[in-house]
Design a protein around this ligand. Structure first.
Ligand SMILES: NC(=O)c1ccc[n+]([C@@H]2O[C@H](COP(=O)([O-])OP(=O)(O)OC[C@H]3O[C@@H](n4cnc5c(N)ncnc54)[C@H](OP(=O)(O)O)[C@@H]3O)[C@@H](O)[C@H]2O)c1
Length: 260
């Protein structure tokens, strides 16, 4: 049976990936820091779908934990067919006032751990001439976001990195996909300390819709996919037609925190 490894599987989009992949008969390796939530999910999915579940507790801001995710799976002979690099978080507010340790750990999780895991799991996939790596971008991958400056830059990195790897791997049998959702109904906004919509009336997409469309995109030959509603497609397309200085000033106004 094929196996998927999902980082950030304890909540939100990652937990939904685990559910939908398990419902398709895939074994799942669930990775995050919250052991209770991972075990609860594993205990739900194993009997419901008759699949194998493995819980791996790891803080992916720690390089030794990232290494352990590899050594305790592929390194021990468990073939990982699908790697979902989903774990990530944002931090809302003025950059100069942000907590340095927090933004550096965001870069460590959203960028460094994702590159590290990709670098470990890709060569065995290439050897087998099969496998998929899905990297979690965002519609923020397509434009700078003042007051989410570091977060948007991490997601721009993910898109650029994934597109390059997609092109490098077209003849290897390994698919690389950057998944770019818009605002989605998860803990993201609470964790990042941001209002969900920033004054914009856009609805939050459901995790079910985001993951369903992501899995459908994995079946196509494409380097990236924007999901979570038509408005996200429009927004990511329109950004190409505006001068970058004009665009970023408009976004600055939209995202500016309320002043005291
Ligand atoms: N929600 C949105 O609007 C939206 C839009 C575009 C992209 N995204 C991206 O989607 C991904 C998933 O976020 P979400 O929206 O589902 O938010 P979420 O519900 O807060 O999920 C975040 C997941 O990341 C895990 N995580 C956080 N820090 C970690 C660490 N140090 N080590 C290991 N795992 C860690 C969390 O688990 P633990 O706390 O248990 O470790 C949790 O499972 C993120 O990359 C986010 O940037 C979200």
């Amino acid at each position: 049976m094929a196996t998927a490894l999902v980082t950030g599987a304890s909540s939100g989009i990652g937990a939904e990936f685990a559910r939908q992949l398990a419902s398709r008969g895939m074994d799942v390796v669930l990775v995050a820091r919250s052991i209770d939530r991972l075990q609860q999910l594993a205990e739900e999915l194993q009997p419901q779908y008759g699949i194998d579940t493995t819980v791996l507790v790891a803080d992916l801001t720690q390089p030794q934990d990232v290494e352990r995710v590899y050594t305790e799976t592929e390194g021990r002979g468990t073939t990982i067919d699908l790697l979902i690099n989903n774990a990530g978080f944002g931090d809302y507010g003025e950059f100069a006032k942000s907590d340095r340790a927090k933004i550096l750990s965001m870069v460590q999780l959203n960028v460094t751990a994702l590159v590290d895991l990709t670098h470990r799991f890709l060569p065995p996939m290439q050897q087998r001439q099969s496998g998929c790596i899905l990297n979690m971008g965002s519609i923020a991958s397509f434009q700078p976001l003042p007051y989410f400056s570091v977060y948007a830059a991490t997601k721009a990195f993910v898109l650029s990195f994934s597109e390059s790897l997609w092109a490098e791997n077209r003849k290897t049998g390994v698919k690389i996909l950057a998944l770019c959702p818009g605002p989605t109904d998860t803990n993201f906004f609470e964790v990042s300390g941001s209002p969900a919509s920033n004054g914009n009336s856009q609805q939050l997409a459901s995790v079910e819709e985001v993951v369903r469309d992501a899995i459908a995109a994995l079946e196509k030959d494409t380097s990236n996919v924007v999901v979570g509603g038509f408005a996200n497609q429009v927004m990511t397309t329109l950004t190409r037609f505006f001068p970058r200085d004009v665009l970023v000033q408009a976004v600055e106004q939209q995202f500016r925190p309320n002043r005291d």
